[in-house]
Design a protein around this ligand. Sequence first.
Ligand code: FAD
Length: 275
Amino acid sequence: MRTELSIEFFPPQTPEGAAKLKGERAKLAELKPVFFSVTYGAGGSTQARTFETIKEIGAEGHQAAPHLSCIGSTKAGMRDILNYFKNEGIRRIVALRGDLPSGMADPGELRYANELVEFIRAETGDWFHLEVAAYPEWHPQAKSPKDDLQAFARKVKAGANSAITQYFYNADAYFHFVDEARALGVEIPIVPGIMPIGSFSKLARFSDACGADLPRWMRKKFESFGDDSDSIRAFGLDVVTELCERLLAGGAPGLHFYSMNQAALTTEIWNRLNS
Ligand code: FAD
């Protein structure tokens, strides 16, 4: 199978976490991803740790793509970060609005991701390859699917090169989204974000917050396993591998794995796809 792979991490909170991630990254590097991306906490809360992880990835000889969210920030602050990235030789950014941390009311000078993309292009021309987020099951705050799709098209028009989706388990939602985006004139690659399933209860909590749908048939089946983690793992691997197979057969241009800083599930799924 030939398809592009990218893998996402979150910045570890402790030196132990950083050491563990280094080991997991070495295993994942064997899958030869095009890039590793590193998330950025709400309101810049993980900034130093995101930058540190990005630097380590670069020093290991891999392409590193920091996520960057703009909500609650100033243009001057964003300019400093872009200059820092340029000096570090970063060529790819995942450009996001992000979410205002609770207790913070001022949205700042860049309120939506399309404004951030526009700003980055105005400041740095074509230096960065810009990824943006896409939501096949719609962003939880979107007024309507139509509004969300138009917001997505605006980010693309502002200069995004490619998109990565929120994770989902319903391939038809992805295909429908891609068809609708194409009908609006969006031509960039839209890469499915893939969330391997290690713990179902954690995933269920997380999915509620980000608006990803867990189909009833999957939920019922996972719940039926109770605490049997081997069965949860085995079923999760089957479900996600089949999802990836369907996506690739239907024309998805690549896969972006939300690794949760663990190599095992992503590696197993990727190897199954390539066997
Ligand atoms: P936008 O594209 O700006 O959209 C946000 C909402 O506003 C949508 O509902 C949209 O329909 C609406 N909207 C857009 N433009 C307008 C407008 N002009 N007027 C009115 N409404 C509008 N979060 C983090 O904190 N850190 C990360 O590192 C991170 N990485 C992510 C990576 C991926 C691939 C994805 C899919 C999500 C990631 N997120 C991350 C989550 C993301 O920050 C949230 O989903 C956030 O709420 C929206 O960011 P966005 O860039 O999609 O926003």
